[in-house]
Design a protein. Structure first.
Length: 96
């Protein structure tokens, strides 16, 4: 989205949360599964003691689309500011 298409009045959202939630959780892995009506995003922490579920988020397919668009936009902004992130090879992908 360029400067000409950005809305002038961006609505601010007040988010209320407890201290534990606002500190966030670290995740270095994720498992995605889905059914006809939802996507299940399991955020994991892989550690020497094995994988631990950090959080499970269940969202609609439409929300997954919005997440992908938003993440892509923010990744582009990040790379413009901090430089390109190298290609990541997932464990399940064959190496070319």
């Amino acid at each position: 989205m360029d400067d000409q298409t950005k809305p002038e009045n961006v609505q601010q959202i007040q988010i209320n949360t407890c201290d534990e939630m606002s500190r966030g959780r670290y995740s270095n892995s994720m498992v995605v599964s889905h059914g006809p009506d939802e996507f299940i995003l399991d955020w994991l922490l892989n550690s020497p003691n094995g994988a631990h579920l950090v959080s499970r988020i269940i969202v609609s397919p439409h929300h997954v689309k919005r997440l992908i668009v938003t993440l892509r936009e923010n990744l582009d902004i990040y790379e413009k500011q901090f430089g390109s992130i190298g290609e990541i090879i997932l464990e399940d992908e064959p190496v070319h």
